[in-house]
Design a protein around this ligand. Structure first.
Ligand code: PHE
Length: 403
């Protein structure tokens, strides 16, 4: 049996109330137990990095998930039944991801599952859920492989062949870069893929990749790679890694005298990104990354979400993870509402899950806070990317790149 410390159970409250905020929403499961799901609740499983090196990925996603669940419940739930989230912390680790995926699939009886953020971890868990015929929706895993694992695996975000192309296009058209260096986390499936897609597109559009270098997630010093990159005199340095490595890389780039703009992908997005690079005005000032949405989008749907999020969590603006977690639950709930209530009242049967799978697959023109979501035959969404520039303590919206 899982210990209470490895499972966070959170009854998403009927309203975004004080109980919701103080009770569970902002706590990691390692620190809180929470109440068991209420009788009759429909269980939504969730797994993510609530602790560890990429903890903001899990925490932000969970905040978005819980906010969406609270909205659904406030509006009467699904067929009059409340949704309840069962959350597992995978600590951002591969072995732990297999463990919690198996626990979710075999013990928690979820109707469907939300997770993971990191493509590598989604790729580990997806075969478990696909084999168990439990629909899984990744909010934010962008590596193409994830949804190829099987018919029960979906995502509500764009994929990296597009994200890499968007970054290359921006580098060439807006930054007028001709020479790029690329630094890849060779232990991260997402980073490897995005580096390749960027290089392909940058070269196809007339640019030259003058240097490539690798690092690993656990590295702390990057000076030797950065010194070699500097010697190759690139116009930009593309580093599609996760935020926890980007701060140190940016700082050390400055230390070796490499001052060209850094360009990254969605993996940079974290409330901890800028502080890792020495804070506002530090080593990342002026650098750019591609992402899923901008908090500055004036669309009222986006602004309502931003306001609701800030009020619910007494926090800063939601990052893309929170927005995608919110949209993943939105898509799931809309699909549930389009399926007839099971006559046996059983929301975790193969029969109901198969119908739900078909309904998720049929998602069309769902209006999310990260854009309009239509799932294609490959179970991926096709959506625009935004480019954000780091300025002070936050990001400035630069442009939108259409698929
Ligand atoms: N796209 C990243 C991956 O697939 C995860 C991510 C999404 C990180 C959005 C931050 C923001 O690994």
């Amino acid at each position: 049996m899982p210990s209470i410390n490895t499972i966070g159970r959170c009854v998403a409250c009927a309203a975004v109330s004080a109980l919701f905020i103080g009770g569970c929403a902002n706590k990691t499961p390692a620190g809180g137990s929470g109440a068991p799901p209420p009788p009759g609740a429909i269980i939504v499983g969730e797994y993510g990095s609530m602790t560890g090196d990429q903890s903001t990925f899990g925490v932000s996603t969970d905040n978005g998930v819980k906010l969406a669940v609270a909205d659904v419940n406030k509006a009467g739930g699904v067929n009059g039944r409340q949704l309840s989230v069962v959350l597992h912390d995978d600590e951002g680790k591969s072995d732990k991801t297999s463990t919690v995926a198996t626990l979710l699939a075999t013990q928690d009886k979820p109707t469907a599952v939300i997770g993971e953020v990191a493509s590598g971890r989604s790729t580990i868990a997806a075969p478990v859920f696909n084999a168990a015929k439990i629909p899984m929706i990744s909010p934010s895993s962008t590596n193409p492989k994830v949804t190829t694992i099987g018919p029960y695996i979906f995502r509500v975000c764009f994929i990296d062949p597009f994200q890499g192309t968007a970054a290359a296009k921006f580098a060439i058209d807006d930054l007028h870069a001709k020479k790029a260096a690329i630094m890849t986390d060779s232990t991260n499936q997402y980073s490897i893929g995005l580096s390749q897609f960027f290089a392909k597109s940058f070269t196809a559009n007339g640019g030259t990749v003058v240097k490539t270098a690798n690092y690993t997630t656990s590295d702390a010093t990057f000076e030797s790679q950065l010194t070699e990159i500097k010697a190759a005199a690139p116009d930009i340095l593309y580093v599609p890694g996760y935020y926890n490595n980007i701060g140190p890389i940016a700082k050390q780039a400055h230390q070796v005298g490499l001052t060209v703009p850094l360009l990254g992908g969605d993996g940079w997005d974290s409330p901890k990104l800028i502080e890792g690079a020495g804070g506002p005005g530090g080593a990342l000032e002026g650098s750019y990354f591609t992402d899923h949405y901008s908090v500055d989008n004036p669309d009222p749907h986006v602004q309502n979400f931003v306001a609701e999020y800030k009020a619910a969590y007494n926090a800063g603006a939601p990052d893309a993870l929170a927005a995608l977690g919110y949209d993943a639950v939105g898509v799931l709930a809309a699909a549930m509402k389009s399926v007839a209530a099971p006559s046996d009242g059983n929301y975790d049967s193969d029969d109901y899950r198969a119908k739900l799978r078909d309904a998720i697959a049929a998602t069309k023109d769902y209006v999310g806070v990260t854009g309009i979501i239509t799932l294609g035959p490959d179970r991926n969404a096709v959506k625009p990317a935004v480019v954000l520039q780091i300025h002070g303590a936050g990001y400035v919206y630069k442009t939108t790149i259409a698929p």
